[in-house]
Design a protein around this ligand. Sequence first.
Ligand SMILES: Cc1cc2nc3c(=O)[nH]c(=O)nc-3n(C[C@H](O)[C@H](O)[C@H](O)COP(=O)(O)OP(=O)(O)OC[C@H]3O[C@@H](n4cnc5c(N)ncnc54)[C@H](O)[C@@H]3O)c2cc1C
Length: 399
Amino acid sequence: MIEIFSSPRLKQLLPVYRSFIQEEIISQEMRLLSMPFKEAAVVLDDLRAKAKAFGLWTPFLPESNGSPALPLPAFAQLSEWMARTPFGHYVFNCQAPDIGNMELLDRHASSFQRLTFLQPLEHGQIRSCFSMTEPGRAGSNPLLMDTTAVEDGDEWVINGHKWFTTAADGAQFAVVMAITDPAAPPYERASLIIVPIDTPGFNLVRNIPVMGEAGEGYHSHGEIRYTNCRVPKHHLIGVRGSGFRLAQERLGPGRIHHCMRWIGIAERALDLMCSRAVSRNLGKDRLADRDTVRHWIAESRASIDAARYYVLHVAHQIEEEDARSARDGISAIKFHVAKVMHEVLDRSIQVHGALGLTEDTPLSYWYRHERGARIYDGPDEVHKSSLARSILKKYEPEQ
Ligand SMILES: Cc1cc2nc3c(=O)[nH]c(=O)nc-3n(C[C@H](O)[C@H](O)[C@H](O)COP(=O)(O)OP(=O)(O)OC[C@H]3O[C@@H](n4cnc5c(N)ncnc54)[C@H](O)[C@@H]3O)c2cc1C
């Protein structure tokens, strides 16, 4: 596998993460996958405590000793390793949607919000969620939103209906996107507001079953009703009307995180595919001796490595410039890497035969959990249209 080291700090960190992931997490992975969620949560809490004690906690944030956060391309490479197992990101407190909320609050929280919401989140004492999408409106166009937050004295009064609020079950607060200024220009109408889930009027209607799984805790996708839900005005993040801008700012690096996670999953799926191919005897020869399987392995290797370079290139561009200037690249990797991951997962399952469909490998888990990759944070079609629009802008009709 090709490795790209971008800094001495990363060079030093990568092997530490790798061995922790291999020895502490992957070694327990199948046991964890087969446990009821609440039992697994206890084991995971122990692993989280251990990761923290080893100094492997939230590497995407500045350190308490004042050391700066890892640059995005460096964190991306750690993130790829974390993704080798379904539990990696959670063990290091790098799981979505908390990672996006931590980055958002780190940049824009008031001192009250830092103390009350960000610090406990950073320490892994609480979890959070991000509540934007609504069942009655096309989430692909976030301008279409019915949830409102109306000022009343010192409070915001929030009313609305959201769904697919990932990890709402057991979270301590939601970052809610709501229309605060309906008469403003379209991209200045919404704001982000923190709503503690014990606020009267916050009602988690259900954990939406997805792909045959009920979904609990940080695996849940919540349907939520906000009914005259009152929070203090100082729960507004940043300035009023900045909701779309902040959501976009949150989503740019977020897409890098997702893409590197998908590359890690594809890498593990390829690893499992190769192991199975050399182990499975077909009578006269092994699966690994068949050209079809060899081609799948070669194609997977090439597409994963190409995808990794592309993602790191875009991560570098975000780091050096900003998410806005990297917009085309972000769109391209979002749909391209999701496709690469799906192809590799699918091939790996095929090589495993019936075993690939069972819960005896992590492949079926990922096949279910990662189908959403082509939908969340902008469906494939939206990113393709946006990229093509940008490319075509440079062309004039021939005379
Ligand atoms: C696993 C998962 C986790 C999620 N987590 C969260 C979360 O934590 N918080 C949150 O707020 N939301 C979350 N979402 C919601 C997600 O952001 C939305 O599903 C997404 O924005 C698409 O919106 P929609 O589902 O309403 O699809 P729609 O907007 O109804 O679109 C349906 C389909 O239409 C097609 N389409 C849409 N627009 C276009 C276009 N312009 N051109 C061509 N085709 C188009 C696409 O194929 C698309 O899949 C999550 C979704 C999933 C699946």
